[in-house]
Design a binder for this molecule. Sequence first.
Ligand SMILES: Nc1ncnc2c1ncn2[C@@H]1O[C@H](COP(=O)(O)OP(=O)(O)OP(=O)(O)O)[C@@H](O)[C@H]1O
Ligand SMILES: Cc1ncc(CO)c(N)n1
Length: 261
Amino acid sequence: MTPPVVLAVAATDPGGGAGLAADLATFAALGVHGGCVVTAITVQDTRGVHGIHPVPADVVAAQLDAVLGDLPVAVIKTGMLATPEAVRLLAERVVLARVTSGSRGQGRPLLVVDPVLRATTGATLADAAVVAAYREHLLPLATVVTPNADEDAVLGRGHGAAVLRTGSGAPDVLHRPGREPLDIPHARVATTNDHGTGCTHASALAAYLALGHDLATAAHRAADFTSRRLATSSTWDLGRGRGPIAHISTSSMTETEGVTA
Ligand SMILES: Nc1ncnc2c1ncn2[C@@H]1O[C@H](COP(=O)(O)OP(=O)(O)OP(=O)(O)O)[C@@H](O)[C@H]1O
Ligand SMILES: Cc1ncc(CO)c(N)n1
């Protein structure tokens, strides 16, 4: 069966924990085809972000036009967008894009915005101009935004999109316009091997939406998927800082047991 297509618009992480590596691994694990538009190359490791090199705006635009002009993108998931120009030109294309085949018919692709403003390590990943561009151009188009508590405070509300507020030890809370907030409980995993957790969670949410689940169901499943990945990485010893969240499952590790040992 032809899978739905989810397009990640985000940056690279050479260590493979966060950004596009997390997005594509999560899409593959959940059975959707993933595209990836690169907005920036980061220099980072599990200890911190050492450099961010934005891709020129016309090259971001050309990548988007290539994919959106060819594949039936059901859901667009954004991560680090790096510049206000990238935020704006993506928003312009989201308005014009149409899903030309697949389960969602002829409408606009759904839009999952993971506002990457700060890394787990505390590094700032977006400046005030990027935040302003999010507020003005992208958030009003979003199906759902997935800020953590800090990002929620920085971005504010009033843009009309649903908000799945994550992190800070409490359950995730899904806020939908005109409806009561809904708690999304998830099993808490005691681990510092969590680099890339936000990217993994938002990508799982995007994949479940592409598979046809409603927002509440997709949020429950994304929380469950993320907890299971953290449970897998909790026993790992990778990197000198906050190790990566697992992008492989316990069962795929069993399959390869002995091959690399
Ligand atoms: N230790 C944990 N155990 C279980 N779930 C977790 C844990 N840490 C985070 N999560 C879940 O993962 C999702 C994303 O987490 P969080 O909001 O902390 O990401 P983030 O701050 O955006 O991450 P990053 O900045 O690394 O991308 C949320 O659903 C959150 O509840
Ligand atoms: C590329 C990239 N995207 C997102 C994050 C947030 O964790 C990160 N550290 N790096």
